[in-house]
Design a protein around this ligand. Structure first.
Ligand SMILES: [Zn+2]
Length: 150
């Protein structure tokens, strides 16, 4: 009997197309079937409410979401740490940013009361969350722990 290869659904952060990817394939090696964007970038990628809604409802991979706003000083302070942490995961755990001023629906759905707020999703579920600005090592440690426990 031939078993189907394990796959996971990965939403493209640029065009919202749902891509079926083998679980053993690195997302940094994967390209969107429609727009050819790399599916897993080793850096934070800005997303819209529309893309986030699609991620929440359909994506089966692991990703972190930073809910922030341009007027928020601690958010701006944390941005370089967040980018540094993203490099450690090489795109296989995706790092997204949602500007809650431009895209308020996603943060409302997540019940965000204070920013910056970090959310870790895996397999279509919210695994854990943290609020307040964190240094790079704390972000990386939290992402690793969240990934292991999910
Ligand atoms: Zn795409």
């Amino acid at each position: 009997m031939v078993m189907a290869k394990d796959t996971r659904l990965i939403v493209c952060s640029q065009c919202a197309t749902i891509n079926r990817m083998p679980t053993d394939r690195k997302l940094s090696d994967g390209k969107c079937a429609k727009c050819k964007s790399v599916l897993g970038e080793p850096r934070p990628v800005d997303i819209s409410d529309k893309i986030f809604a699609k991620l929440q409802s359909r994506d089966q991979g692991a990703y972190v979401l930073d809910v922030w706003a341009p007027w928020c000083e601690p958010c701006r302070m944390m941005a370089p740490s967040y980018a540094e942490s993203a490099k450690k995961f090489d795109g296989d755990i995706r790092f997204f940013k949602l500007n809650s001023e431009e895209h308020p629906q996603g943060s409302a759905r997540l019940n965000v009361r204070g920013i910056p707020a970090l959310f870790f999703f895996n397999g279509g579920k919210l695994v854990s969350q943290k609020s307040g600005a964190l240094p790079e090592h704390a972000i990386t440690k939290w992402v690793r722990e969240s990934f292991t426990s999910s």
